[in-house]
Design a protein around this ligand. Structure first.
Ligand code: PEP
Ligand code: MG
Length: 609
């Protein structure tokens, strides 16, 4: 796949209406068009609090770290622009780097911190604002230009220090194509996605949270579109082709017509996939398999039912926490979990306990519990946070247990790295059960618990973990990043993030074997399972349960019902033998061409394409 940008001149001479094609990477299929809603940064809400004498050194350290990180980000951006655009455009960032070295700005911030003892971001903001005001009032156009440099760098530094949200998505009022530099998980949880027809991002990997959400809702999305927020202006018509990873700015009537035809065709294929559901999910040779859905909240239930999912395999409960600045209380959580359990009518609902951290920034009310981390994906997240803040964990467990009286609940712990964490989590659950029992509050005493297997250490001790839980859920999004030491949302290393790496293949197989030995059930809920070829591979490895987005589910079911277990096993065995990613890819490509495409061809011919 090629990422980059080029302009295609069309016959019209009017620049503003000239069709322009921008290239990115396709991450969520589909075609959609509409007016652009360009997410631009707003004023930041910077925390302002007193620090004690002995915290001053730590504040200086935080400031230095933020400056260093900002320098790395700007240099990286400069390099990208130099490669993709021109040396001249890259030079703009020299001015930004100069701001970072500005002795007055930095020196005054540190003196203010030492004199007044306020947190460093608040001191820095005050000093930066003073300079912004000063330069804004000057006549000299060159010096005036510096205002935007200082503003830009200030925002970047503040964002790096506070993790504060500074986006303008609240202004999204009409169905639009969302264009943004990136979308944080908390943005994704707060944006009214019903108004989002498609997404175009400058950054964001293929398993970033926003991308997962887009895919699960069937919203076409492309990422890695260079300088999209500057090239696309609010209100301009944008057409996004999530199949090829391209987008057309100012599409002509002809182009819109052509794409509408493609979409109509895809829609009728989807209808056929949806109709292919008789409650009997078995492969061609009669082996049963279960397809469940991944959801973010109870609003997703309509799509889950439409797809005839056999349950919820992963409810990412953190979306509840990301939706607002406050922490959801027990009643709010209970209402949400109960709604999902009742909505699923006795089918299994697997709710994962809080998985904040990593790319999921804590909501404001919990932020004081989160310290700055250089390596958040390896840091204080998920179960690690919950076991330290048992008060927060217990509120969620109480809500979950109370809801368990209304359906078929399974509780899933994220980021388990070994037996002791799993046992501790279970102990807290038992404490909460005892409290509820004492107060005569009903719950399902046999509620099943499970561990996400997404850290290599957990994969190695999976057999032992199986003694302390009822099921495993393999999280290949994280498992891949930790096995390969590749940050899943860093586009610089996106080419190294390969779920087809032999280590990923063999680790999945090892977990499936361990689950069998331990006598627990195992499902896989990473994005990998949403691809037909991978789904076949996973069944070939012995998995019988997959949890995927409702959007992908009907197609996966259609295909798996038309494949023989033996051909999937042959595929898996061949993939497990490969020493290199390219070889696994080549085996998967061949299987797609020889076994999956013919099934799709028959389907497409059947609807008269
Ligand atoms: C995973 O890691 O594979 C997973 C399903 O969880 P998340 O994407 O929320 O980390
Ligand atoms: Mg995960």
């Amino acid at each position: 796949m090629h990422a980059g940008v080029y302009f295609q001149s069309m016959s019209t001479s009017d620049e503003k209406t000239q069709e322009m094609i921008l290239h990115g990477i396709q991450v969520s299929p589909g075609v959609a068009h509409g007016p652009a809603f360009v997410m631009t940064p707003m004023e930041l809400e910077v925390p302002d609090y007193k620090v004690t004498d002995d915290q001053v050194d730590y504040e200086v350290y935080r400031f230095e770290q933020a400056l260093m990180l900002t320098r790395q980000q700007i240099t990286q951006l400069q390099e990208e622009v130099r490669m993709k655009l021109s040396e001249e455009e890259a030079l703009i960032f020299d001015a930004h780097l100069l701001v970072l070295e500005d002795k007055a700005l930095i020196g005054e911030t540190l003196s203010l911190l030492k004199q007044k003892h306020f947190n460093v971001e608040s001191c820095f903001q005050k000093v930066a604002q003073k300079y912004i005001d000063f330069f804004s009032n000057l006549e000299d156009p060159y010096l005036k230009e510096r205002v935007s440099d200082i503003r830009d760098v200030t925002r970047r530094i503040l964002r790096n220090m506070s993790g504060v949200n500074d986006s303008s998505f609240e202004n999204l009022k009409v169905p639009s194509v969302l264009v943004a530099a990136d979308i944080t998980p908390s943005d994704a949880a707060q944006i009214n996605l019903d108004l989002v027809k498609a997404i175009v991002l400058e950054h964001g990997g293929t398993t970033g949270h926003a991308v997962i959400v887009a895919r699960s809702m069937g919203i076409p999305a492309i990422v890695d579109v260079t300088r999209a927020t500057q090239r696309i202006h609010p209100g301009e018509t944008v057409l996004v082709d999530g199949y090829s990873g391209t987008m057309v700015l100012h599409p002509s009537k002809d182009t819109l017509f052509q794409y509408d035809q493609i979409q109509l065709h895809k829609d009728s294929i989807r209808q056929m996939f949806l109709a292919d559901s008789d409650g009997n999910n078995v492969t061609l040779d009669g082996v049963p398999f279960i397809l469940q859905a991944n959801i973010e909240n109870s609003d997703d239930l309509g799509r889950v039912r439409e797809a005839s999912a056999e349950g919820i395999g992963l409810f990412r409960s953190e979306a509840l926490y990301l939706r607002s600045d406050d922490m959801p209380n027990e009643e709010e959580q209970f209402a949400e979990y109960k709604a999902v359990l009742e909505g699923m009518d006795g089918k299994e609902v697997t709710i994962r306990t809080l998985d904040l951290g990593g790319d999921k920034v804590f909501p404001k009310a919990m932020r004081q519990k989160q310290t700055h981390e250089d390596n958040p994906f390896m840091g204080f997240r998920a179960i690690r946070f919950c076991l330290k803040h048992k008060d927060i964990f217990k509120v969620q467990l109480r809500a979950l247990l109370r809801a368990s009286a209304y359906g078929n609940l399974k509780i899933l712990y994220p980021m388990i790295s070994g037996v002791s964490e799993l046992r501790q989590a279970n102990e807290v659950l038992e404490e909460v059960k005892a409290e509820l029992a004492q107060n005569g509050i009903p719950f399902d005493p046999k509620v099943r618990t499970g561990a996400m297997i997404e850290i290599p250490s957990a994969a190695y001790v999976a057999r032992d973990l199986g003694k302390y839980c009822d099921f495993f859920s393999i999280g290949t999004n994280d498992l891949t990043q930790y096995l390969m030491a590749v940050d899943r949302v860093n586009e610089e290393v996106a080419h190294l993030y390969r779920s087809s790496h032999p280590s990923v293949m063999r680790t999945i197989k090892q977990i499936v074997v361990a689950a069998k030995e331990a006598g627990v059930t195992v499902s896989l809920c990473g994005e990998m399972a949403g691809s037909p070829t991978y789904a076949a591979l996973l069944l070939g490895m012995g998995l019988r349960e997959l949890s995927i987005s409702s959007f992908n589910l009907p197609e996966i079911r259609y295909i798996l019902r038309r494949l023989e277990t033996s051909e999937m096993e042959t595929l898996a065995n061949a993939a497990l033998e490969c020493p290199e990613t390219v070889e696994v890819d080549s085996i998967l490509d061949t299987f797609k061409r020889d076994a999956i495409d013919p099934i799709l061809d028959v389907a497409i011919n059947g609807i008269g394409a």
